[in-house]
Design a binder for this molecule. Structure first.
Ligand SMILES: [Zn+2]
Length: 522
């Protein structure tokens, strides 16, 4: 008790010393402070001045503004390490994120990023964003830049040097690390050696390697082996993006995957993972087509339809892959956003096939998928996971909670609800309803764990000197509202979201403030 009093007094004294010149801009009184490090909640105050946290615990001074938050949790703003929010340039308020407490976005995932991060960051700084923005450099982006359309080979020595140069530049521009998307073009054609060479540049500058692995189902153990090899040979921390078991006939393998990760950590590798709180994934419907069919671009894809044999081969490959994954048809796949025919948005593939041709046999479904690709493609939602695997991954202490979403354009398409609900859903469903983890632990997974792992300085904890990214929410009321049928609904239960000390969300309403900063790796 005495010791704690001493520490609290010391904190207050230090706070007084640092801010003697002026009172705090804002003091939150009597909140339930969850500091983000996993410590249990403590009742107390929090003071903010000039964008920083200047006191935590007992605040004697009166703020220019005071707010009584008795009964509300006060936590660090959430950090979403897996976003595809490059479109924040067009939608700087990023309302879907801020309104579920997310104050920092990591862009550039799954191998796809802005190539010239320095210029991108400068533009964002000029125009402003509501959330803080950091980015990885995408391997796929760099590979496409260097190797053009020639995907299906290893880079020449000269090209490899160019890959290294782009990567080094991105790291100098402040990238937190690199990402790969090894099921996507062109990443899927890269051999491990190429990834190691790029990762060495990243590792030498203290960055992380985050990967959408080569397989999230049938070949997941081999995919983990590759990840571990990269960690070992390039000497850097590695991270599994949106961990899941996607193939039906591999459901239940979460335990084996977690055991593999634990063994790697025991061997000294630094490995973490992120996850979203839904048993459906989302990506382009193109992922249902064989790489060979789409690798040549749209013109070559259209040509395939004039060749009956070629088309028959594609159809057969699609059927084989479906069966390997333990499924009979594409009923688990929904059309999220198909520009060419928006009335199909929200329908499953068989439903859309029925609407399209009056029949919904597997061949009809495949015909529709091929036609969609021919018309420019569509995004999809795939109900492919089992809740038990999700829960097992969730309980692992190294799992962060991340949305895998871009900035949502309100009312456009029928996208995956995670973009509007992910963080709130962890707090509502898995903390409050299912009691799978404590609120302090859930907050840690969304704050200090991502900040430490991705090297985000001075954020992710309620600590004097940290930037004042703060979220105030009610544990009884916090709720995700977005569903698969009606995803365009904001989360609720957030009384206040501060970004760098400035209120952006108040009582579940967002103002027009653009107070985010660019976060560059140190
Ligand atoms: Zn991905």
């Amino acid at each position: 008790m005495g010791c704690r009093w001493f520490l609290l007094s010391l904190t207050s004294l230090l706070a007084c010393l640092t801010c003697w010149a002026a009172p705090p801009d804002l003091v939150l009184r009597n909140g339930l402070l969850i500091d983000g490090t996993g410590n249990p909640p403590v009742k107390g105050d929090l003071a903010v001045r000039d964008g920083r946290i200047v006191a935590v615990g007992v605040v004697a001074e009166k703020g220019l503004k005071e707010m009584d938050v008795a009964g509300w949790v006060v936590a660090p703003g959430f950090i979403d390490v897996h976003t595809h929010a490059e479109n924040i340039e067009d939608h700087p308020r990023a309302e879907n994120f801020l309104r579920m407490g997310v104050t920092t976005l990591v862009l550039g995932n799954c191998g796809s990023s802005k190539l010239k991060l320095g210029e991108f960051f400068q533009r964002l700084e000029v125009n402003g964003t509501a959330a803080n923005v950091a980015s990885l450099i995408g391997h796929g982006t760099v590979r496409a830049q260097v190797m053009g359309g020639s995907f299906r080979r290893a880079p020449t020595e000269d090209e490899l040097n160019q890959i290294r140069a782009h990567t080094a530049q991105a790291m100098r521009d402040g990238a937190l690390g690199m990402s790969t998307g090894l099921i996507y073009l062109p990443g899927t054609f890269a051999k491990t050696e190429e990834l190691v060479e790029m990762a060495k540049i990243v590792g030498a500058r203290g960055g992380i390697y985050a990967s959408h692995m080569r397989s999230e189902g049938t070949q997941i153990m081999e995919a983990l082996d590759e990840l571990c090899r990269i960690a070992r040979e390039a000497h850097l921390p590695v991270h599994v993006s949106h961990i899941k078991i996607a193939d039906k006939n591999r459901w239940g393998q979460s335990a084996a995957v977690l055991a593999r990760l634990a063994a790697a950590r025991k061997d000294g590798l630094r490995i973490t993972q992120d996850q979203y709180a839904y048993t459906a994934s989302s990506t382009g419907l193109r992922q249902l087509l064989p790489d060979d069919a789409v690798a040549g671009g749209r013109a070559r894809f259209a040509e395939l339809f004039t060749d009956a044999d070629a088309k028959a081969r594609i159809v057969q490959q699609m059927k084989d892959r479906l069966r390997q994954g333990g499924r009979d048809d594409f009923a688990y796949a929904m059309i999220a956003h198909y520009k060419h025919q928006t009335n199909y948005n929200g329908l499953s593939v068989p439903e859309a096939a029925k609407a399209h041709s009056g029949r919904a046999t597997l061949d009809d479904q495949i015909d529709l998928l091929l036609e969609i690709e021919k018309n420019g493609g569509a995004s999809g939602v795939f109900h492919g996971m089992h809740e038990d695997d999700l829960r097992a991954f969730l309980k692992d202490a190294h799992t962060m909670f991340a949305s895998d979403s871009g900035v949502r354009v309100f009312a456009e398409g029928v996208p995956h609800p995670r973009g509007y609900g992910n963080n709130a859903r962890y707090l509502a469903r898995y903390v409050r309803e299912e009691r799978l983890l404590s609120v302090a632990e859930a907050v840690r997974r969304m704050t200090s764990l991502p900040a430490k792992t991705f090297g985000i300085p001075q954020r992710g904890a309620l600590q004097v000197g940290h930037w004042a990214d703060v979220v105030v929410f009610n544990t009884d009321k916090v709720q995700d509202a977005a569903t698969f049928k009606a995803p365009h609904q904001y989360a609720t239960g957030f009384r206040l979201v501060l970004v760098n000390g400035k209120p952006v969300v108040e009582d579940d309403r967002q103002n027009d403030g653009l107070h985010g900063r660019i976060i560059r790796a140190r």
